[in-house]
Ligand binder design. Structure first.
Ligand code: SF4
Length: 308
């Protein structure tokens, strides 16, 4: 039995940085720290941070006035900063912002496209905090978000109905790379427009129908590694939080490669029969999965192997 672990499985640098900021802030303030929203989509990480005294607030109303507060990696709309300011929670004083710089980059891309007259459409998951944050920089709640390449017709219809002359498509950082390509291909085949790729630097804004590759590099590496391993494996174990968009994308990718795939959060969910009598067992994990959970899954597979 061979265990193959994807090279870029687990925490990305944005998530690592956000957790470090939360832990450092908690230790400097005797644990009296609020984090707005789920810092990362992983139940075990959240539980461990709660043990260190960190409190997670789903609503800004739940954060007391003047509290030391940390913002998660997913990126926030400006209204979040304004509401926090009303509670005397501001950057440079008691607000530590862990927004990933790669998400901030997407916000800048959205704003520049909008300021250059483009109708900006987002490929993302409607209720995901990153998509909600990025939407603010486009058209707020009225932003057109497309979740799947299968919904390309709705994009074409939206453009036609509104007779937009300039349209740009961007993506949430954690979407599927082939999924984004498929979406653009579908839009191009359903409409007479030809959406052309432009560079992230937006130095060529002469075209009227464009798309920008805003999926982050750590996501791309993780997806590529997962695919490599899935092609060699008899079974894939994907580890990630139940609400983790990028982890679910990994599991979906493995399934499209016709390899038996199981999506779990913790090692004790792994069933013996999934790995018994398998030659090659592949493991990958989403950006919010800690190394310790990956190690525990590997240990559990070794136990199954040694006791068979
Ligand atoms: S998935 Fe990408 S954009 Fe999101 S936190 Fe990680 S590195 Fe940053």
């Amino acid at each position: 039995m061979e265990i193959l672990i994807a090279k870029h499985a687990g925490f990305c640098f944005g998530v690592k940085h956000a957790i470090e900021i939360a832990e450092e802030t908690a230790s400097e303030n005797n644990g009296k720290v609020y984090v707005y929203g789920q810092l990362v989509h992983n139940e075990k990480v959240i539980e461990d941070l709660e043990k260190k005294g960190i409190e997670f607030a789903d609503k800004i109303d739940d954060i007391p006035q003047n509290s030391v507060t940390v913002l998660r990696a997913h990126g926030e709309p400006k209204t979040t900063y304004q509401k926090l300011q009303e509670k005397s929670i501001v950057k440079g004083k008691n607000l530590n912002d862990a927004t990933c710089p790669l998400v901030t980059l997407v916000h800048k891309v959205a704003v520049k496209l909008k300021n250059n007259g483009y109708e900006v459409i987002l490929f993302g998951k409607k209720n995901h905090p990153e998509a909600v944050g990025t939407s603010y920089y486009i058209k707020g709640e009225d932003t057109f978000i497309v979740e799947s390449p299968k919904d390309a017709a709705s994009v074409v219809e939206y453009i036609k109905k509104n007779n937009f002359k300039k349209v740009a498509v961007i993506s949430q950082t954690t979407m599927s790379v082939p999924g984004y390509k498929e979406l653009i291909d579908n839009i191009n085949s359903l409409s007479e427009k030809n959406f052309e790729k432009i560079h992230l630097s937006l130095n060529r804004l002469s075209k009227n129908f464009v798309f920008v590759d805003t999926i982050c590099n750590p996501t791309k590496q993780r997806q590529a590694d997962t695919e490599d391993i899935a092609k060699k494996a008899d079974v894939m174990i994907v580890i990630g939080g139940k609400n983790s968009s990028n982890s679910k994308e990994l599991a979906a990718k493995c399934k499209t490669l016709n390899v038996e795939t199981h999506f779990i959060q913790l090692a004790d969910q792994l069933k013996k029969e999934w790995v018994l009598n398998k030659e090659h067992i592949g493991i990958t994990a989403g950006a919010s999965t800690p190394d310790i959970t990956i190690d525990e899954v590997v240990d559990r597979i070794r136990q199954v192997r040694d006791n068979r």
